[in-house]
Design a binder for this molecule. Structure first.
Ligand code: ACM
Ligand code: ZN
Length: 535
């Protein structure tokens, strides 16, 4: 059996060797505590062993509960007569079966059902191991999401952070505000040729999920041990909503959902009024936000709500009588504190609904953040605030750009960056371990318009993310590269696209520099060479 990804914490092979042949298994006994993931466990094993597994037989595989094991943890014991699994919860039971499946290469030509005798004792380094998917910039739809959830589960990832709204599209039905999807889910065209370009195409982009569909996908994820955390970005990155309801702005401008992505070009090219914050001073804005949060919480049972909170311009607030009146009446010092006040207000509202707020690290800007807000750390420019937040007991999720922004070219952020990630090189210390909830890889999709390119950006980065977030132990880059090669047939078994080794570890720094320049110069497909991009 090859070394799997992510690597288990402890594998001890029996001194005397020997194997158990999984094909002997004729039944499956699963503890009833694991009913949430049981159907997926059965599906993986029945497909892999190519037979039906009733609940009774002469050689059953037993998957039992062990109260001493933490959630998400499991143990496998294997000798020549059989194999048994115990787990701390339904996710742990599923991960044990994923370990067998990846080890035995189910669904691939390399399938090998002989499991070496020995013991596996496994548990995650971080409880939170996620992927952010931006479906606002481009919309991929149910089939691709379910495929990703399946593959995330194989990698033992357990959070899908679903970026459902942004300037360029609103992708979730809100019954109280139907124009959000009637108007906000369609933009007429898209910026092309990279961040600095003013070129646009003439291809409308639209799509959204109904509430019924969201609930179905949330349930599908739960069966795979995955929580879906919705992100409704505010007070900025809200232009699609402002297109639907212009009264959300300090100035009521009639605009389409945005079709520019970059923040630099519009201003430098004289294109104004594109990256705007909602008006915090008008009571109607807060009423709108609460109405949206109510319906989002009905769709997503997870105890977290992501508010975004990033990149919020303050200029309109400076000229807005309503915003200025609020600043004065609250005794705030400035517009940064107005943003801080707003985040705390929303945090309080979601708390009243049993949810905890998460925001990008800009939510620390006003220096008045509610300590219970979880901060997602993406940009290196605000290190000390994140570290300070952690030191005073705040929680953090790490998505730091150079390791975990999977939308960027491999030439710029090679696979090795992700694999070599170590929180202690980033200002965190071992005393902070309890406050680091986990890690997320972020797949923004300004320049990703097809499932095939989405997968190209994501694989094999997902393997490195799984390794650092689940295992988190000593590293061996050379061995990891071989393990990534060995893993390819498993990706093939899902029909996934992925980057070639030549792309993800191009050793030539000059060629990489040229690719980066070409990318910033406007060729967003400098690495991705297939010709199926929409644009
Ligand atoms: C971000 O990339 N604006 C969170
Ligand atoms: Zn205002």
């Amino acid at each position: 059996m090859k070394e799997i990804i992510p690597r288990p914490q402890s594998v001890i092979e029996a001194k005397k060797g020997g194997f158990f042949d999984l094909s002997c298994i004729d039944a499956l006994e699963i503890d009833e505590k694991f009913s949430l993931t049981a159907s997926v466990i059965v599906e993986i094993l029945e497909k892999g062993l190519d037979k039906k597994l009733p609940s009774e037989g002469s050689k059953p595989l037993k998957i039992g509960f062990a109260s001493e094991l933490a959630p998400q943890s499991y143990r496998i014991e294997c000798d020549e007569n059989g194999l048994s699994i115990v787990a701390g919860d339904a996710a742990g039971a599923l991960y044990a079966v994923q370990t067998l499946r990846v080890g035995a290469m189910f669904g691939t030509p390399q399938k090998n059902l002989l499991v070496p005798c020995g013991k596996v004792n496994d548990y995650p380094r971080y409880r939170w191991r996620g992927i952010l998917l931006d479906e606002a910039r481009h919309f991929f739809g149910e089939e691709e999401i379910k495929k990703l959830l399946d593959v995330m589960c194989m990698h033992k990832l357990n959070v899908l952070h679903w970026h459902l709204t942004d300037d360029q599209g609103w992708r979730v039905e809100i019954k109280k505000y139907p124009l959000l999807t009637e108007i906000g889910a369609t933009r007429p065209r898209s910026q092309i040729h990279g961040w600095q370009s003013t070129d646009v195409d003439d291809v409308p982009v639209s799509g959204y999920y109904t509430q019924e569909k969201i609930k179905e996908i949330v349930a599908y994820a739960a069966e795979r041990g995955i929580s879906i955390i919705p992100e409704i970005d505010m007070p900025a990155h809200l232009a699609a909503a402002m297109a639907a309801y212009p009264w959300l702005g300090c100035r009521e401008l009639k605009r389409d959902p945005h079709y520019y992505f970059g923040s630099k070009i519009p201003l430098s090219q004289g294109i104004k009024d594109w990256n705007r914050s909602a008006c915090i001073g008008k009571p109607s804005t807060m009423e709108f936000i609460k109405g949206v949060i109510d319906e989002i919480c009905d769709m997503f049972p997870a105890p977290y709500f992501h508010i975004g909170g990033d990149e919020a311009p303050k200029d309109e607030w400076k000229d807005c009588p309503a915003c200025q009146a609020l600043i004065a009446s609250l005794g705030l010092k400035n517009e940064k504190q107005l943003q801080g006040w707003f985040i705390n207000e929303v945090a309080g509202y979601v708390k009243s609904k049993g949810r905890r707020l998460i925001g990008w690290n800009e939510v620390l800007e006003g220096d008045i953040l509610d300590k219970d807000v979880v901060v997602q750390y993406w940009t290196p420019q605000r290190d000390c605030k994140v570290i300070k937040h952690v030191r005073r007991g705040g929680k953090v999720i790490i998505s730091k750009h150079r390791y975990f922004y999977f939308d960027m070219p491999y030439a710029q952020y090679p696979l090795k960056n992700t694999y070599m990630f170590n929180p202690y090189f980033e200002g965190f210390m071992s005393v902070d371990d309890n406050n680091v909830k986990g890690i997320e890889g972020a797949l923004w999709t300004e320049w990703v318009s097809t499932p095939s390119k989405l997968e190209f950006q994501l694989f094999p980065r997902m393997e490195a993310l799984a390794e650092v977030s689940w295992y988190g132990g000593p590293k061996n880059w050379k061995k990891f590269l071989q393990r990534v090669r060995d893993y390819v047939p498993l990706l093939d078994s899902y029909g996934l696209n992925y980057a070639s080794e030549e792309i993800y570890r191009d050793p030539n720094p000059f060629r990489r520099l040229k690719k980066i320049k070409t990318w910033y110069g406007g060729n967003e497909n400098v690495e991705y060479e297939k010709n199926d991009n929409k644009h």
